[in-house]
Write a protein that binds this ligand. Structure first.
Ligand code: CO
Length: 191
């Protein structure tokens, strides 16, 4: 089943999410629904606050990015990278800042350049509460940092250049009021 996605302007997107423990009900089912929702809306990452749950959970599947990738090794990596992150902690960020255009299912029709560190180390649990540590680079690092920000109540539009943010202000207000082309199930103005 596909879930509705909260749009910028919804309060829950601005809250800091809470850790969960292994008694959290139906976690595996929830993450499956998050994958379905993400795939049906053509996303490559989705965080729990976006579907109305203020918990530290997000899913990532970079396979749609593989299509345009010329490098065979990277193509395979992107095709295979599907993860559930529960209670993640980015323990280090390193490398140079890289600029890349980002978008977000909660901020439809907006694509802006964001600077992020090239690499991260992240500790997390998977959907079965198995502990993992991963070092990520490039696109995977970027997608994970974007999703991690959602758990902190941060949207990518907070990170763009001040001048760009000023230019976008009215457009973002319009989007928060539902004025955009709806290509997937959304919720507007959730408290
Ligand atoms: Co997002």
């Amino acid at each position: 089943m596909s879930l509705a996605i909260n749009i910028i302007g919804s309060k829950i997107l601005r809250e800091k999410s809470e850790n969960i423990d292994n008694t959290y009900p139906n976690l595996v089912e929830l993450t499956k629904e998050m994958f379905t929702t993400m795939h049906e809306s053509n996303g490559i990452g989705l965080a729990a606050p976006q579907i109305g749950k203020s918990i530290r959970v997000f899913v990532v599947d970079t396979s749609p990015l593989a299509e345009d990738e010329k490098d065979e090794k990277l193509k395979k990596e992107l095709l295979e990278y599907k993860r559930v992150f529960v209670n993640p902690i980015i323990t280090s960020r390193f490398g140079e800042f890289v600029s890349m255009e980002e978008g977000c299912l909660s901020v439809p029709d907006i694509y802006e350049t964001v600077n992020r560190e090239e690499g991260i180390t992240i500790e997390y649990y998977d959907e079965n509460f198995v502990f993992k540590t991963e070092e990520l680079h490039g696109i995977k690092s970027r997608v994970v940092q974007h999703e991690y920000d959602h758990l902190e109540g941060i949207l990518f539009t907070d990170k763009i250049a001040v001048i760009r943010r000023k230019l976008l202000k009215n457009k973002l207000v319009a989007i928060s009021r539902g004025k955009f082309n709806k290509r997937y199930k959304v919720k507007i103005g959730v408290k």
